[in-house]
Each structure stands twice: as structure tokens, then as C-alpha cells.
Design a protein around this ligand. Structure first.
Ligand code: ATR
Length: 276
């Protein structure tokens, strides 16, 4: 009889790029005393189907999926509600002999707000900037948690309109130049655009117009404290950073693959921060 294999997960992407996921999962494996692994697999688009269909044969209990495969993987697995709504899967696992996919950005976004800014979900109105893939995960999460009115501002209004049409009447598309008028009503402001990231343009939003007690969160995490978060902090507003979301989105995958729900600890944050 052969010895049971050590469970391992992988990150499927192309081309091979630096990722913090191995650091995160190795930390949890080590601190929880689980014998397991997490490796990066560079898989070109033409090999994706074969790789995913043989995931188990290759010895993997599951995988993370990143650029450019997050949409393609839906057709190669059974997507859950989140993956379907977001239109992208970033995590694969096996259940009842079936390969399933989910999108853990939703849980990462919500988990980070719950941990960093508890009470945030009392906000009835939110302003979300950006209408790409990350925005879809955010909008799904906010609706799921009962936020009643989501103003969705995007440089290209048509993308915000398409997203609103998908998610229903609580999502209101907003032209980019109308942001100022909505700020005084937004108890929650979420930046899902790449503005504010190192090497990208600046995000020009006047946080002084937000109501007292508003929560501001940025999905950008390089730099860790974006100009938006710095300005919000200076005004005494509550903030949640993008690194928190990155760490919290990894929790669900680990739990699905290795059977224990890990904690996002200060020690883990410090480890990943040192790698940014
Ligand atoms: P992701 O999956 O990370 O959301 P994406 O789908 O490429 O990535 O979306 C990027 C978002 O950042 C979009 O909302 C984009 O606006 P457009 O839909 O108009 O392209 C937004 N974005 C990127 N650069 C921007 C800029 N210079 N000004 C305003 N918005 C910008």
C-alpha cells in the first residue's frame, strides 16, 4: 500500500509572476502544523483545459487561478453562485468527486471590512469606484450584506451600466464627473480602480465631502497606505486597506483544501508586508 500523498494546492497563471500566495499558505500550513504544499504552476492558455482536468491526477487537492485564466476556468468546473455572479473563478476544489470553482474576492472584501471596520454594514449607501472584475466581487458582497443603494462610478459609464443591469435596481450607474455630488451620502467608499497604485494615475476624490463616520477602503495595496487611505485617515475616517482583502481572500481556499479555517494574524500581515 502506498503512503498517502501530502496534500498540495497550486496557483495557476500565465506567465509565471511573483505572488504572495505561497508565503500566505506556507505560513498557515506551518503554524497549524499541517503537512501540505502550495506551488506556482505557469500554465499557458492552450494547456489550461488539460491541466485543470488532470488537477487531481497531478496530485493537487485544489488551486488558485489568476490572470489570464479566471474566466476560462468557469467552463472547466462547476461554479458556485459567487463565481457565476462575478463571472470569474479564483479558487478550485473538489467536493463529492466534482471540481468546483468559487470567487473568494467576495469573502476577502467582506472579511477584511468585518475585521478592520466592524459596523461598516450599517451603511445604507455606498459609492464604488470602478466597474471591472474586482468591482463585481465588491458589488455582489455589498448586496449580499444588505447595502440598499450602491452608486457605481466608472470612467467608462457603459461598463457601470452593464454591471448595474446585471445586479439589479439597487445598483445605480454614475458618471465619473458626478462623484462629488454623491460623496456626502456615502457612508462607505470603495476604490476598485487601479488609480493610486504605484506607477498609475492619482485618484482625485475629495474625502472631506464624505459624512462623519464614513468608512473608506481601497483594493490597491501597493503602496499599502494609498493617497486615498492617507487622506481618509487624516480626516479621522475609518479605513481598511487592500492588503487585508488579499489576506482574507486566501482564507477560504485554504479551508477548502486543507480542512481548517486559518486566521489572518498580525504576524502574517507583517510577513506579507515585508514582501510588498
Ligand atoms: P479589475 O479586474 O482589477 O477590476 P479591470 O477589469 O481592468 O481590472 O478594471 C479596472 C478598473 O479601473 C476599471 O473600472 C477602469 O475604468 P474603465 O472601465 O473606464 O477602463 C478603472 N481605471 C483604470 N485606469 C483608470 C483611470 N486612469 N481613470 C479612471 N478609471 C480607471
Amino acid at each position: 500500500m502506498s503512503a498517502p500523498r501530502t496534500p498540495a494546492a497550486c496557483l495557476i497563471g500565465w506567465p509565471a509572476a511573483h505572488s504572495r500566495s505561497p508565503l500566505i499558505h506556507h505560513y498557515w500550513l506551518r503554524t497549524l502544523g499541517i503537512e501540505g504544499g502550495y506551488v506556482i504552476e505557469a500554465v499557458p492558455p492552450e494547456d489550461l483545459r488539460d491541466f485543470v482536468l488532470r488537477l487531481s491526477l497531478r496530485g493537487f487537492v485544489g488551486a488558485n487561478v489568476t490572470i489570464p485564466h479566471k474566466e476560462a476556468v468557469l467552463a472547466l468546473s462547476t461554479p458556485d453562485t459567487r463565481a457565476k455572479a462575478v463571472g470569474a473563478g479564483n479558487t478550485l476544489w473538489f467536493a463529492d468527486g466534482e471540481l468546483r470553482s468559487t470567487n473568494t474576492d467576495v469573502e476577502g472584501f467582506l472579511g477584511n471590512l468585518d475585521a478592520s471596520t466592524p459596523g461598516w454594514d450599517e451603511a445604507e449607501e455606498a459609492l464604488v469606484l470602478g466597474a471591472g472584475g474586482a468591482s463585481r466581487a465588491v458589488v455582489f458582497g455589498l448586496l449580499d450584506r444588505g447595502v440598499k443603494r450602491i452608486h457605481l462610478a466608472n470612467r467608462t459609464l457603459a461598463r457601470a451600466e452593464a454591471l448595474a443591469a446585471q445586479f439589479g435596481p439597487n445598483v445605480h450607474p454614475l458618471p465619473w464627473d458626478a462623484i462629488d455630488g454623491i460623496l456626502p451620502r456615502a457612508k462607505l467608499l470603495v476604490n476598485t480602480t487601479s488609480l493610486g497604485m504605484h506607477g498609475q494615475g492619482a485618484l482625485d476624490v475629495d474625502v472631506a465631502r464624505l459624512p462623519i463616520g464614513a468608512v473608506v477602503t481601497d483594493l490597491v495595496y501597493v503602496p499599502l497606505v494609498t493617497p486615498l487611505l492617507a487622506a481618509a485617515g487624516d480626516r479621522g475616517l475609518k479605513t481598511a486597506d487592500g492588503l487585508g482583502m488579499l489576506l482574507h481572500q486566501a482564507v477560504r481556499g485554504f479551508e477548502l483544501w486543507f480542512g481548517q479555517r486559518p486566521e489572518v494574524t498580525a504576524e502574517l500581515r507583517a510577513l506579507v508586508e515585508a514582501d510588498l
